[in-house]
Write a protein that binds this ligand. Structure first.
Ligand code: 2M8
Length: 419
């Protein structure tokens, strides 16, 4: 059974392999996505190490001069996706989007490096990637934390990767829709519209894109100009974890300067993260920087925070919180609390389970010594695969496969769990 599942996962990854990058899935997402690639490289590393390195190298080959690594790289023309390069208008030689995504690459590179069987290749590749990843981390704190709080804000829901999370609802009320150019969505012709964001949300996504484009994609201006500035604990946890992991990697490669700077960013972030803890919910919550208020929304963003080296007592509380969530669903971990009124079992990031998020939560809990819950989450991932195949996401009550199928990062996570 195990080997059969690994073979199926490899076949999914090969199917979506475009040579030097993978698409998340055929049709719905025909380009390279940032955190998809970094997480997918973990899967490749188990059966093709050079290919794993290439995936991340391709991503960083499109890093901007200011250090940002864009969230989409439009390697080829494809009319099947909206918004395409013309809407973004970033004027890059190979077009890219103009925003970023969760900084998983630092974590992934350390892990691939430490597990590598081809050490010579690993040292060569990691040495080349180290300053680039570090520049991206520095970009985050310089541009998305202008007050030096230790935590960064996202300025578009797409940056979080949790596109239509309940977390953004209240803040999105303040994002206007006037002046949005008429457009035709493509996602709803590939996937069930009932499992995707609403048209109203798409208008606001595009309003933000047009706003940032009107500012010439100048990252020194975008944060302050954005009506949407949210400090997401999950997003910050990924960045903090990657800074901490990059420090260890830099030590192994003898770069004491990057090691010290990375460690300092991680430590400052961890200390600041505690301000997001909610005793009432037993998890972290988002903070809306533009109105200086906590966001009262019990989503998976505040549980994913366990991916960072948070205090053990917090990790234990998060394990308890997940246990409590399990009373209202059949599979872990739902992307929103099933008892909350906004929970929507099959609608994208408003309830469904995502294997990549499960993987990161499980990994963090394991490091914190919460192994029972970590193992339970991994076991649920495999139950979902057995029942519903390699879907984009799954219903936490009925294990329905949702969104795109034959999904790259889902397959990569299965290989990670089983190898
Ligand atoms: C989803 O987001 C894209 C926009 O970036 C979309 O819906 O068009 C999200 O699930 C995101 O986290 C993911 O990286 C992307 C590709 O899998 O799809």
């Amino acid at each position: 059974m195990t080997q059969k599942m690994i073979d199926q996962a490899k076949a999914v990854m090969r199917k979506n392999d475009r040579g030097n990058y993978t698409v998340p899935t055929h049709g719905l997402y025909p380009f390279q996505w940032n955190w998809d690639s970094a997480l997918s490289a973990l899967g490749f590393a188990h059966f093709d190490e050079p290919r794993a390195w290439t995936e991340i190298e391709t991503l960083f080959a499109h890093q901007w001069d200011d250090g940002m690594v864009p969230h989409i790289i439009f390697h080829q023309q494809d009319e099947g996706y909206f918004p395409g390069p013309d809407v973004w208008g970033t004027s890059r030689p190979v077009p890219t989007s103009g925003i970023t995504q969760p900084a998983v690459a630092g974590f992934a590179v350390r892990r691939i490096f430490e597990r590598a069987t081809n050490k010579t290749l690993a040292v060569e590749k990691a040495r080349a990637l180290l300053p680039r990843i570090h520049a991206w981390h520095q970009w985050f704190f310089a541009n998305r934390d202008p007050q030096g709080s230790g935590l960064v804000a996202i300025i578009h829901p797409w940056e979080s990767g949790r596109d239509n999370s309940v977390d953004w609802d209240a803040a999105f009320e303040r994002v206007p829709t006037d002046g949005v150019q008429p457009f035709t969505r493509r996602d709803t012709s590939h996937a069930n519209p009932a499992h995707r964001p609403t048209d109203d949300q798409y208008k606001r996504y595009i309003w933000l894109v047009q706003k940032f484009r009107s500012l010439g994609w100048d990252n020194t201006k975008l944060h302050d100009a954005s009506p949407f500035q949210i400090v997401d604990p999950g997003f910050n946890a990924i960045l903090i974890r990657s800074c901490a992991d990059l420090a260890v990697l830099a030590d192994s490669l003898g770069d004491t300067e990057i090691a010290a700077q990375s460690r300092a960013m991680a430590e400052k972030g961890i200390a600041a993260m505690d301000s997001l803890w909610s005793e009432a919910h037993g998890q972290y919550l988002c903070y809306d920087r533009s109105i200086s208020a906590s966001v009262d929304s019990p989503s998976i963003g505040g549980i994913l925070a366990a991916f960072a080296p948070i205090p053990k007592s917090r990790a234990k509380a998060i394990a308890d919180r997940i246990d409590a969530l399990s009373l209202s669903c059949n599979y872990l971990v739902p992307s929103h609390d099933p008892t909350a009124p906004e929970f929507d079992a099959l609608r994208y990031w408003r309830g469904p389970i995502w294997l990549i998020v499960n993987y990161m939560i499980s990994d963090g809990l394991k490091l914190a010594g919460e192994t029972a819950m970590a193992d339970r989450i991994s076991a649920d991932c495999l139950r979902l695969i057995e029942k519903a195949g390699f879907a984009e996401y799954y219903g936490p009550i009925g294990a329905e496969p949702c969104g795109g199928d034959a999904f790259t990062w889902t397959a990569a996570m299965v290989i990670e769990i089983l190898s």
